[in-house]
Design a protein around this ligand. Structure first.
Ligand code: S6P
Length: 568
């Protein structure tokens, strides 16, 4: 069976683990360009058929929200839910500023705590997904529902799409993801009677009857295999923003294609700074490798974007939540989120710059790195950091064409990225400000994604382009882990699965009960264990016992090196 494109390894990044920091940035750039230029025979987001669908869907949304009782709901799990939140927040703010009704709503699996921490298991429940959608829409007469699942795999979203298909008079379902429908996940969903593929196929039938939309451009595999927070997250943002903008602003004076090329243009501007970005990765990698922490500070969308990048490091790299943290000026008061202020729920939810100043600043050390993102936070916070022992970096954006240069010599690494989007002058004054904000925020996403990815590569978390220490915390990750074990061994799928189970259950001999248990039991058993997948790979590759696999890893955590010693 062909692997979904979102789970494949990207040949462009197969040596990212041994690249220099500047080369890492260039590899990320090459992978991101596939968003705009396509992959193999696909056209990426500039595909004519896709653009036509976006045009029609924007008209549909616009019709629905103009009528009383109409609304738009964007939903997803993990990064997809976080991007749903950011989009709803941005466009509601804009509508409010124009004195219009705020008609965007978001749903994230695991509720708002999942905006800042990983609640991966919530992704697996289609019934809760449908209940949440029902709840959010109970007062609504007509809804455009956009379910985002990059891999076309999340059961939570499947449950919601299925609900929409059963009530066509109320819902217009939209699926956003980055695989062809035939590669949607075709695995049983616990306590449910359909697979994701079946739901997607029903959606295809509805699409032919003009009752649904599937936006699934192929944009190529992720630079770090399966890490959909990167290219897929960025493309989700671009698609949602373009759609939303065209739905609420008829007078934009640009075509969809032209707006998309503005995103491409700022992408080029950001990555042109591979030298500065490489230096940023070096600083960040040095912090993590010396046991220090990285702190992002920003205002509004910059702070939120950075906070989201930080919150994705624990599930992606098995990082601790202290390793990289993001803080936003004003904390929850800047969020406009569904569940309100969560700062009393634990230190993970203390997200304001004020929390940072109170809890972290007094004990900051020379191993830590503070990154100021944007001019607003620089004005607010740079002076108080100047005399502190920590490493410091400052990244900002500018739109005039003076060259990108270091802007503040006393501040360690400081640079401003000159952005440029050729058609800006054509945009109506009414939405120019919003477009600038969107382009700067996506640029910021490229900066922080490069920083956190590069830093973890320097920390040895990636082997070739695969993050091998994946946490087995939901069914997608369980199946990905089996695939990783199989990829590194010459074993069959079933044998690889058994090696993973041996590692999860910490045994050389599996019982019948263990092999026949449902995936959710494996996930629960794996939840407290470290290095589950690397241990499974060693058992698979070297046919050794669990005990000796663990001993090898404790002497040498870099798997490529362990294998080089044992395999000829
Ligand atoms: C991926 C990220 C995950 C995914 C989540 C949803 O880098 O860590 O949290 O966003 O698993 O995936 P999908 O395919 O349904 O959008």
């Amino acid at each position: 069976m062909e692997q979904p494109i979102t789970e494949q390894s990207n040949p462009l990044s197969s040596n990212i683990d041994v690249a220099s920091s500047e080369e890492i940035v260039q590899i990320l750039y090459a992978c991101d360009l596939e968003i705009f230029h396509g992959w193999k025979n696909s056209q990426g987001i500039k595909d004519k058929g896709l653009i036509e669908k976006i045009e029609n869907l924007a008209k549909k949304i616009s019709n629905v929200i103009e009528k009383p009782g109409g609304g738009i709901v964007i939903s997803g799990c993990g990064t997809s839910g976080r991007i749903a939140f950011l989009t709803a927040r941005t466009f509601n703010c804009y509508l409010k500023s124009k004195g219009k009704e705020e008609c965007f709503q978001y749903i994230i699996a695991g509720d708002d705590k999942a905006l800042f921490t990983s609640i991966e298991l919530a992704e697996d429940d289609p019934v809760v997904g449908a209940e949440k959608l029902n709840q959010v829409c109970k007062e609504k007469a007509s809804v455009v529902y956009i379910g985002v699942t990059c891999g076309l795999s999340a059961p939570f979203v499947a449950g919601q799409l299925d609900l929409c298909l059963s009530q066509p008079e109320k819902y217009t379902p939209v699926l956003i993801g980055f695989n062809p429908v035939e590669l949607a996940r075709n695995l049983d969903i616990e306590k449910w009677d359909k697979t994701f593929l079946q739901v997607a196929q029903n959606l295809e039938i509805a699409e032919k009857q003009q009752k649904a939309f599937i936006l699934n451009p192929v944009i190529g595999p992720e630079p770090i295999t399966g890490s959909s927070r990167m290219k897929s997250g960025t493309t989700t943002r671009i698609l949602l923003e373009v759609l939303s903008l065209f739905a609420i602003q008829k007078d934009i004076k640009l075509s969809i294609e032209e707006l998309m090329s503005m995103y491409e243009s700022v992408c080029n501007c950001v990555y042109k700074q591979s030298h500065h970005l490489g230096s940023l990765i070096d600083l960040a990698g040095a912090s993590l490798n010396s046991g220090g922490n990285i702190y992002y500070l920003g205002c509004e969308g910059f702070g939120l974007m950075a906070m989201i990048d930080a919150s994705e490091c624990p599930p992606t790299y098995g990082a601790s939540f202290h390793d990289i943290r993001g803080f936003v000026n004003g904390g929850f008061s800047a969020l406009n989120n569904n569940d309100g202020d969560l700062s009393n729920s634990g230190s993970q939810y203390q997200i304001s710059v004020e929390d940072f100043e109170r809890e972290i600043l007094p004990a900051i050390t020379s191993d830590d790195l503070v990154v100021l993102l944007g001019e607003d936070i620089f004005q607010r916070s740079s002076k108080s950091l100047l005399d502190l022992p920590c490493k410091k970096a400052y990244v900002s954006f500018q739109w005039d064409q003076t060259s990108t240069s270091s802007t503040c010599v006393e501040f360690g690494l400081a640079f401003s990225i000159a952005l440029n989007a050729p058609l800006m002058d054509r945009i109506s004054p009414d939405c120019k400000f919003l477009v600038i904000q969107l382009l700067e925020e996506v640029s910021l996403k490229w900066v922080v994604n490069s920083l956190s990815t590069g830093a973890h590569i320097l920390k040895g978390k990636v082997c070739q382009n695969i993050m091998i220490d994946v946490k087995v915390s939901n069914s997608k990750l369980f199946h990905r882990a089996v695939g990783i074990v199989q990829n590194y061994s010459s074993l069959s799928h079933e044998e690889s699965c058994h090696c993973l189970l041996k590692s999860i259950y910490d045994t050389d001999i599996l019982t019948e009960e263990q092999t026949s248990a449902p995936v959710v039991s494996h996930i629960n058993a794996a939840s407290q264990k470290l290095m589950v997948v690397p241990v499974a790979i060693l058992i698979a590759k070297l046919s050794c016992s669990i005990k000796s696999a663990k001993e090898m890893i404790s002497c040498q955590p870099v798997l490529r090196k362990v294998l080089m010693n044992y395999v000829n």
